[in-house]
Write a protein of this length. Structure first.
Length: 287
């Protein structure tokens, strides 16, 4: 079977927990899990010319990920985020500024890299500053014109939340992935009445934004998928939670691969929930 070719766009960083640092960043986590699940993965990002940057490249290379489009930014450090976990393992983030992944510059060679992909994944956090935002959106526009599936994974990370960015990112996507905690803000950004039921709002998001499908994770309660022909509800998978960091990224990787492989929605949604549940049983986003 030919491996699906997936391109991930955005931040590579290190999460600083109370007990030490762990490799992270939603696009990097997504890339690692997609590679583990059998995809041929490349990532477009930037790291600093420092220890964290070198370790980031080594980790990604270790998962078999193409790192040829990760830029080295000598004047800026590799990104870091301070993470605090509550008793349920839910994280809050302090995302530091002036870092390399804010400076993902466009180079012409990236156009062909995008066109080689079977699907592209991007988020909202990586677009917080203009240079990276312009590069990410140029990649997505190339994919859109080429008819390549484009999954946007909403990452609302205050203070870097912006209704315009949410709305414009969804307009560039063909698949929307979000969490139930993000639903109200996403609907407000897209002009959808939050007084309607969750399912009704997800249907409105799909229809009003011309999306192929919308998938929403619901933490311990599983996930729901709205496609043109059906709505699928998947109950939660009970596990002993260590932390939930990276669970959504692994879900997105599994789900997108299932779509590319033509998997029935019900099976695909369950598989994605099982992968995400497994991630919650160990510390950090990737093995």
């Amino acid at each position: 079977m030919t491996k699906p070719v997936i391109l991930s766009l955005g931040e590579v960083l290190w999460d600083a927990f109370a007990d030490g640092e762990r490799f992270g960043g939603a696009p990097a986590n997504f890339a690692c899990h997609a590679a583990i699940l059998g995809a041929d993965v490349a990532i477009i990002s930037a790291v600093g010319d420092d220890r964290r940057g070198r370790e980031s490249l080594a980790i990604l290379r270790g998962f078999g990920i193409d790192i040829s489009h990760i830029s080295i930014v000598p004047e800026s450090p590799t990104g870091t985020v301070t993470v605090a976990l509550n008793e349920a393992g839910k994280p809050t983030y302090t995302i530091h500024e002036g870092v390399a992944w804010d400076q993902i510059a466009w180079i012409d060679e990236r156009e062909e890299k995008v066109k080689q992909a079977d699907a592209v994944c991007f988020g909202t956090l990586g677009q917080r500053f203009e240079l990276s935002r312009n590069t990410i959106r140029k990649c997505i526009e190339i994919a859109r014109v080429a008819g390549i599936p484009r999954l946007v994974d909403i990452n609302l990370r205050p203070p870097f939340t912006d209704a315009t960015c949410i709305r414009e990112s969804i307009a560039l996507a063909s698949i929307l992935k979000l969490s139930d905690e993000e639903l109200n803000e996403v609907c407000a950004a897209c002009g959808i009445d939050n007084r309607a039921s969750e399912e009704a709002r997800l249907r409105q998001l799909r229809e009003s934004q011309n999306l192929d499908m919308v998938v929403m994770t619901c933490g311990a309660n599983g996930a729901v998928l709205v496609a043109p022909d059906e709505v699928v509800h998947q109950p939660g998978i009970a596990v002993a939670v260590v932390d939930t960091v990276g669970a959504g990224d692994s879900f997105a990787a599994s789900f997108l691969l299932g779509v590319l492989r033509g998997m029935p929605h019900k099976i695909n949604l369950r598989n994605a929930c099982e992968i995400a549940a497994t991630v919650c049983t160990h510390a950090g986003a990737v093995p």
